[in-house]
Design a protein around this ligand. Sequence first.
Ligand SMILES: *[C@@H]1O[C@H](CO)[C@@H](O)[C@H](O)[C@H]1NC(C)=O
Ligand SMILES: *[C@@H]1O[C@H](CO)[C@@H](O)[C@H](O)[C@H]1NC(C)=O
Ligand SMILES: *[C@@H]1O[C@H](CO)[C@@H](O)[C@H](O)[C@H]1NC(C)=O
Ligand SMILES: *[C@@H]1O[C@H](CO)[C@@H](O)[C@H](O)[C@H]1NC(C)=O
Length: 339
Amino acid sequence: MTRRTKLSSLGAVISTWLALMPSTILAALYPGLSNLNHTCALVKPELSCSKNAVFGKTDSCCSETYGGLVLSTQFWSTYTGLEIPSTSAEPQLLPPQSWTIHGLWPDYCNGSYPEYCDLSRQYDPSPSSKGIPPYPATSPDIGTFLLPFGRLDLLQYMNTYWVSSLGQSNADFWAHEFSKHGTCMSTFEKECYGPLYRPHEEVVEYFEANIKFFQQLPTYDWLAEANILPSNSTAGKKGGGYYSFSKIQRALKKGFGATPYIGCSGEKYNETIEGKGSKDDGRVVLSEVWYYYHVYGASQNGKGKPVDADAQGGRVTNCVLERGKVRYPERTKGSERTT
Ligand SMILES: *[C@@H]1O[C@H](CO)[C@@H](O)[C@H](O)[C@H]1NC(C)=O
Ligand SMILES: *[C@@H]1O[C@H](CO)[C@@H](O)[C@H](O)[C@H]1NC(C)=O
Ligand SMILES: *[C@@H]1O[C@H](CO)[C@@H](O)[C@H](O)[C@H]1NC(C)=O
Ligand SMILES: *[C@@H]1O[C@H](CO)[C@@H](O)[C@H](O)[C@H]1NC(C)=O
């Protein structure tokens, strides 16, 4: 109720914004979608982005028909920014020997992507797109949405494996992921849950779907199997935490079954002292992996067919390609859970 009032006071901002945005945004993805008859057991699950996975040809609540190229994305971070207990924040720690969840993102089948598709489900306190009204800071955190469903186990898992590394609370991070990306997936539309829809039911399922994909993608183990382990040693080729991009890519491709996008952060190689004069401007610190899928039926099922990151002309990395120059850093002391 409070939120409704607050949002309507932003009416002027929103209407200016409305005039500038494509018409798909601001309501349901498919206006007029009925909340009746979405029994997915009665519908053939379609592979997203295939010719029958289209609104009108199949039930968009049972097969992903909007953002059919689904990315399950992960981070490698060396600290969270909120490790230290303070009066205002719960300390956040990273899970040992595991990457962490970033989000589940629906791209259009052509590789471009929609975002913030339903502002009636905007829970992100600091939206990353211009013109999106922030969810008021006084509103309950999105973690509390799980409580009426008794899903404390899910909340605990999320606090362990879905950790913000931006010095932001985990709940604000999850809210960002749901609002920016989850609202653009057809199978998480409120209408899909029928006339007895309970508030935030689809938020809980979006979170759970993130975990279903994450659990099939043990990035840390796939790298470890190829002897790629985090280290801050500078001992060079043998023993140091420096690896060739091609070796990292090979290990993850072998595990996943398709080429993922591998993201690096930090400096550009040719802006480092060592790389001076090189044409290679890839970044030098390993930090993200994006696994692309076409999904079978609803994303809630967590079943997908791996797709190469460059299948739609996208890049496969922004990392340095020069041999042995990608750094896989060790976590900061005290940033990992010990229990
Ligand atoms: C739901 O299915 C029943 C049985 O096929 C049908 O009579 C009814 O019109 C359908 N309702 C909607 C909204 O599609
Ligand atoms: C990609 O597909 C979306 C949705 O069908 C469409 O709106 C957009 O214009 C397409 N983009 C390109 C670059 O073709
Ligand atoms: C780094 O490499 C890029 C791409 O080859 C080039 O455009 C840029 O000028 C280089 N920068 C430096 C500082 O050498
Ligand atoms: C390893 O290096 C990263 C930065 O590159 C740093 O954040 C981290 O604290 C270091 N870890 C240890 C154990 O020294």
